[in-house]
Ligand binder design. Structure first.
Ligand code: ZN
Length: 398
């Protein structure tokens, strides 16, 4: 692109932005500061805002000005215990921002969509050379275990995580142009991809259909997004199960038809009857287990009809063993069980369309982000997450 057409593009963009009532000028090289700020976890439960010189951007690199980043359970674990032995580390992997500089070899994103300065982006995994996870159309394997910005060891670049004001995306990374999604939607992409994958796994059983009765156990962010995904697929007969009325109210707003508070029932038989009653006298055709509780895993079989299906996705980390009776719970009822963990690269792209549909049918996705903190208050943000307050907590840069 020659300088003149670049200028015209920027002028048009500025005019459009002014028409929309915003005053921020499009980013260009002249706006890039000499230094960047990174929230570096320097010891357990302590982030320090470090200032580093802005690194040089190579021919295959992309400099992103960070707009925001969700706080994940993984960040909370790392903050509290450093299980990955990464300290000092720049955390934050559920981030999004605007491209402010690209190397000369960068033309398109990982889906082949044009990519340049001014585009809003998210990153997925940084791939080495495993063809099972890098083939966009033939995902054999989920991306669990691949490297990701926000869980990389510190190096000379330092701008390795999204809890920062700038991030350098390097060669071999997956990056997506998601300029057509609003900031909140972009922050929710990563957790939503977990549910897109879970529902894809559920669909492999052949049991999940338009008129299926579906039980969703657990109404934290994962269970609530599960309901939203089912709803955008046209599944309406959803019963949500949780122990907190506030979360169950939210489940209704996300599209749950009926809700069951397990605290109102004594014992699993009574609870199973309660779920059956909520379905108008029927057991569930399919159930999603979205809690990390072993007891919840043991219980959920009792809600499912003979020949029904179950997707277990609540155990993102090892939450211990669960007891089931293989005869009664699995064999006699002929339950089809699938497990789900993280997502494939394909699911990541599907998630962008899900978020557009969710917005179009009026699901309150933005309300999932209950707490917003500036980067300087990242320690408070992580403590809020550890205190199990709210749903999704996000760092939003000014
Ligand atoms: Zn995460």
């Amino acid at each position: 692109m020659d300088i003149n057409s670049q200028n015209i593009e920027e002028i048009v963009k500025q005019v459009l932005q002014n028409m929309q009532g915003t005053t921020s000028a499009p980013a260009s090289s002249k706006d890039i500061p000499d230094t960047a700020h990174v929230a570096m976890l320097t010891e357990l439960e302590k982030f320090e805002i470090k200032e580093y010189p802005m690194p040089a951007i190579g021919d295959d690199d992309i400099l992103v000005k960070v707009e925001g980043c969700g706080v994940c359970g993984t960040d909370a674990h790392e903050f509290k215990r450093d299980p990955f032995v990464l300290i000092p580390v720049a955390l934050g992997h559920e981030g999004t921002g605007e491209v402010v500089k690209v190397g000369k070899n960068v033309k398109v994103d990982s889906a082949g969509k044009p990519l340049g300065v001014g585009d809003k982006v998210v990153t997925c995994m940084i791939f080495k050379d495993n063809p099972d996870i890098t083939m966009f159309d033939l995902n054999k394997q989920n991306v669990g275990g691949a490297d990701v910005y926000g869980l990389l060891p510190d190096d000379d670049v330092h701008l390795n995580g999204w809890f920062a004001d700038y991030l350098v995306v390097r060669k071999g990374s997956t990056i997506f142009n998601v300029s057509d999604l609003d900031l909140d939607s972009r922050i929710l992409i990563e957790p939503c991809a977990v549910l897109i994958h879970a529902v894809e796994r559920a669909k492999t059983t052949g049991i999940l259909r338009f008129n299926s009765r579906v039980a969703v156990q657990g109404c934290g962010p994962i269970g609530l997004i599960c309901i939203a995904v089912l709803r955008t697929m046209g599944i309406e007969n959803i019963v949500a199960i949780d122990g907190e009325d506030k979360r169950l109210e939210f489940a209704k707003k996300m599209g749950a038809d009926k809700v069951v508070n397990f605290k109102n029932y004594k014992g699993i038989e009574a609870l199973a009857d309660g779920v059956k009653e909520a379905f108008g006298g029927y057991e569930a055709d399919f159930a999603f287990q979205c809690t990390g509780s072993p007891v919840a895993h043991s219980n959920i079989y009792k809600f499912i009809r003979s020949g029904g299906g179950l997707c277990e996705l609540g155990f993102f980390i090892n939450g211990g063993d669960a007891t089931i009776n293989p005869h009664f719970d699995l064999c006699a009822k002929e339950i089809t069980l699938v497990g789900s963990w993280v997502y494939t690269l394909r699911d990541y792209a599907t998630t962008f369309d899900f978020l557009k549909r969710a917005k179009a049918i009026g699901l309150p996705m933005s309300d999932l982000i209950t707490h917003r903190y500036p980067l300087e208050e990242i320690n408070e943000a992580l403590k809020t997450n550890l205190a199990m307050q709210g749903l999704k907590i996000a760092i939003i840069n000014k």
